[in-house]
Design a protein around this ligand. Structure first.
Ligand SMILES: [Zn+2]
Length: 121
């Protein structure tokens, strides 16, 4: 005996072992319920990227003449390392991480160099 429950409504399932739902109604309800969760996740990631860009832009404007900043300063502003829109590999072997039109590069453990990506249009 292998008693499982419907993934949508939790009712005990009878019949085939690989059954996951009571019927097609429960199946489609379950799948439609997942869509908002995925949209929510995408919104969160989009929000993080926009926030990263905003932080980079802010520091870039403040530090215009010398766009080298402490990594700690970015973290304090709520910057999320690891979220970027593209990576740019330089010949010098250093990788620049872009959040839309702003990018950064790690100079060392503590210091970050900021860039504004030139408009390609
Ligand atoms: Zn069900």
């Amino acid at each position: 005996m292998n008693m499982k429950n419907c993934q949508n409504c939790g009712s005990p399932l009878k019949g085939r072992i690989d059954k996951k739902y009571c019927d097609d109604t429960c199946r489609s309800t379950f799948h439609h319920r997942k869509a908002p969760e995925q949209a929510n996740l995408m919104r969160q990631i989009h929000y993080i990227l926009l926030k990263n860009r905003k932080i980079l832009a802010k520091f870039f404007q403040i530090q215009n003449s010398q766009p080298t900043i402490e990594k700690r300063s970015l973290l304090e502003m709520g910057f999320h390392f690891g979220y970027h829109t593209q990576t740019i590999k330089e010949e010098s072997n250093s990788t620049q991480f872009a959040c839309y039109d702003y990018a950064y590069q790690e100079l060392n453990e503590n210091q970050i160099l900021l860039f504004k990506i030139p408009d390609s249009h």
